[in-house]
Design a protein around this ligand. Structure first.
Ligand code: DC
Length: 228
């Protein structure tokens, strides 16, 4: 029997960091579904496939092999792409790629298989609404666009990238709009998801809050070891 924690929310809300830490503390396998969309975008870049070329996209999807290893490394068709999928060309292509119906259908299948028979914490935009509508715990992690932009600028600084707050904020608002207004599986809080606003919380406080929510569910058949 598998136990599923779904973490949804907009770009920059801290899903990646929080999901990794909660997963480590509770012994849950961490599945970053954004990485699966990024793999499709990278595959299209590598094979020079245009976003409007549905026949070629179909070909790619037929052969695609995406692996998320327990140590978090991502493999696309047996090649390690963990860092490559975070580069600018992929950043720019991934949001439009995620609106393509056949891409979402194929990835839905891959994402469900990734969780089969395992205890997982899965992060994305549509986990609680579409991928696992019966997830044991659903969390919608949010923060104001201004706070998310501030965090992104700091993250960029740490990587040695200079970015303007105004541009980053604009970009975040654009992405929010595209992710939440697309036709298929838009970014949306599931009715039964618990809303967590991280605007005024630090990482440790968010982790603690989410672990509290998971423990409160008090699921039988699953024992957490939250002391490590
Ligand atoms: O979380 P991320 O930035 O790696 O996600 C990349 C893109 O993939 C983002 O524009 C939204 C999309 N995405 C999605 O549509 N559904 C998901 N479950 C995860 C990501």
């Amino acid at each position: 029997m598998s136990f599923i924690v779904a973490i949804d929310g907009p770009a920059g809300a801290g899903k990646g960091t929080i999901t990794k830490l909660v997963g480590e503390k509770l012994g849950l396998i961490n599945i970053d579904t954004g990485a699966t969309f990024r793999c499709v975008a990278l595959n299209m870049i590598k094979e020079n496939v245009d976003i409007t070329d549905e026949a070629k996209i179909k070909e790619i999807l037929k052969k695609i092999n995406i692996e998320i290893r327990p140590n978090g490394e991502i493999f696309l068709n047996n090649e390690k792409v963990t860092k490559r999928i975070r580069e600018n060309d992929v950043n720019n292509l991934v949001s439009p790629v995620s609106t393509i119906r056949i891409v979402r259908e194929k990835l839905l299948d891959i994402q469900r298989k990734m969780a089969e028979g395992k205890n997982v914490i899965m992060e994305g935009r549509d986990i609680g609404t579409t991928v696992f509508p019966n997830a044991d715990v659903k969390i919608y992690l949010d923060a104001t666009p201004e706070e998310r932009a501030r965090r992104r600028v700091l993250q960029n600084e740490e990587k040695g990238i200079v970015s303007s707050y105004e541009e980053v904020l604009e970009n975040i608002k654009d992405r929010d709009k595209r992710d939440s207004t697309r036709e298929i599986a838009p970014l949306k809080k599931a009715d039964d998801a618990i809303y967590v606003d991280s605007t005024n919380l630090n990482i440790e406080q968010v982790v603690e809050k989410i672990i509290g929510i998971i423990n409160d569910k008090n699921i039988v058949n699953f024992e957490f070891d939250s002391n490590n």
